[in-house]
Write a protein that binds this ligand. Structure first.
Ligand SMILES: [Zn+2]
Length: 479
């Protein structure tokens, strides 16, 4: 989720392009990257494979007028730049142990939706919770889903119905496409590598309006970032690239218009798939909660960022990839994250008259719950995953909008081959590190009401609790 910082009216494409061209030309030096299209290198010293992999994908572009998600405003769609996708990479080791990575162009998947998917996957394919990560890129040109950010948008009965219908259809599609990926499990070789892309900017530390000037002057931007582009490749027996999963830590908020597309990850995946006919490119957002693609707000910049990311993937593929040895281990646990203070009836009554329509809608809805006899939970179950692939790769999956500190910390603590996915299973809210919590502000301060939680802030030990569970699960999959 990101606050709308630009005018909300629709700007015609030609204006977008003209404006963006000026901005882009001004920073041509900064962005200068040679277009290099190559074929994936074979993982070095590839042993006889013990892995199986299966890939499937499905178009999920809404056919009806479901609003676009992520900015707190009414955004009916006006067409599409390219389709939205759900993609699945299923893996199976030599002992038949399975893990399923689902990626999507969704802005935010709520727990009420993902729990339905997990229940169906267990019933239909005997997949347990630890075996499935349901990730979303956090694309702000994707559709609303279920009760995600329910108070964030002005309510309209017809829209509620459309979103409910679309969400139900997505549950079915997700289950079906996972089934398809499992049916395609076939011998494969896995490799890992990494590239680099530098367009993500720490948005807490660099005022958006000043970024163009800072870049033009060559002034270094400040604040933690994670510019690495981790890459996992799946090669068929003939050495053909079957799939490439890649990640980047940055909000897909280049665009704020009302045309369906996957924002920069959408463009990056298209380019990688064009470079490698027959291969499927999948994207995960790796802890980009406090990172923005800056400057932004034009299709041209969005395409450029997609190209920079695709180029980073191609660079990684040209290097010798590290082959992943046999053996899959998966672990999952919820860790309870306490709120600093649960909101009271008195506070909600006062908030009903708040100037912020989001806060007023939230207060009214929460009061209705209290009136119906509901009591508010004092904590929220936060999903944490750890997968070990061979000896070479550790994939950590964290729910919601994790700030970049989490990725930097766990990569430092667990070493090379560690991959930290944010935006897994449940949108929940921003997840600040201790540093960001102490600093406050948008990602660390009193904003939980925007996500519909019965509180304003997380308790200050949020990072300790998450890190404690991550370490526990990593130990489980490493033992
Ligand atoms: Zn966000």
């Amino acid at each position: 989720m990101t606050r709308q910082t630009t005018r909300r009216r629709f700007v015609p494409r030609s204006t977008h392009v003209a404006l963006s061209l000026a901005v882009t030309l001004a920073f041509a030096g900064f962005f200068a990257v040679a277009s290099r299209v190559g074929h994936a290198a074979e993982p070095e010293a590839t042993p006889a494979t013990s892995w199986k992999a299966g890939v499937a994908k499905v178009v999920v572009t809404p056919e009806k007028s479901v609003w676009l998600a992520g900015y707190g405003s009414k955004r009916p769609p006006d067409g599409k730049l390219h389709d939205l996708w759900v993609k699945v990479l299923a893996l199976e080791d030599e002992k038949g142990r399975r893990a399923v990575m689902i990626t999507s162009d969704f802005q935010g998947v709520p727990k009420t939706m993902s729990d339905r998917v997990f229940a169906r996957l267990k019933q239909k394919y005997a997949l347990e919770r630890d075996q499935v990560m349901l990730t979303f890129s956090h694309n702000h040109c994707g559709p609303r889903l279920g009760d995600d950010l329910v108070d964030y948008y002005p309510v309209e009965a017809e829209q509620v119905k459309l979103v409910d219908e679309y969400t139900a259809a997505m549950v079915e599609k997700l289950v079906a496409v996972v089934g398809e990926s499992l049916s395609r499990l076939a011998p494969a070789r896995l490799g890992i590598g990494a590239g680099k892309a530098t367009f993500a900017v720490n948005r807490r530390n660099n005022p958006e309006a000043k970024v163009p000037e800072l870049l033009a002057n060559g002034t270094p931007l400040v604040g933690p970032v994670d510019h690495s582009v981790p890459v996992l490749t799946v090669m068929g027996p003939e050495g053909n690239l079957v799939a490439v999963l890649f990640g980047y830590a940055c909000h897909p908020t280049t665009l704020s218009f009302t045309t369906w597309c996957g924002d920069y990850p959408g463009f990056a995946q298209l380019e990688v798939e064009q470079n490698h006919p027959g291969a499927t490119a999948l994207f995960v957002n790796t802890c980009g909660g406090d990172q923005n693609p800056l400057p932004r707000r034009s299709v041209e910049l969005c395409e450029r960022y997609g190209h920079l990311l695709a180029t980073a993937v191609e660079d990684a593929l040209k290097q010798p990839l590290k082959s992943i040895s046999s053996g899959l281990r998966t672990a999952f646990e919820y860790v309870e994250l306490p709120y600093l203070q649960v909101v009271t009836r008195k506070e909600l009554i006062a908030a009903q008259a708040d100037q912020s329509p989001i806060r007023a809608r939230w207060a009214t809805r929460m009061l209705r719950k209290l009136d119906a006899g509901e009591t508010f939970a004092h904590s929220y179950p936060y999903p944490v995953h750890a997968w070990r692939l061979g000896k070479e790769s550790l994939v950590i999956g964290l729910g919601a909008e994790t700030v970049v500190d989490y990725a930097l910390r766990f990569k430092r603590e667990f070493g090379p081959g560690t991959w930290v996915c944010g935006y897994v299973d449940d949108m929940i809210s921003y997840i600040p590190s201790r540093r960001v919590w102490e600093e406050g502000g948008y990602e660390g301060g009193s904003n939980l009401f925007e996500y519909g939680r019965p509180a304003l802030r997380w308790a200050g030990d949020i990072e300790d609790r998450i890190a404690g569970t991550v370490h526990k699960l990593v130990k489980q999959v490493q033992d």
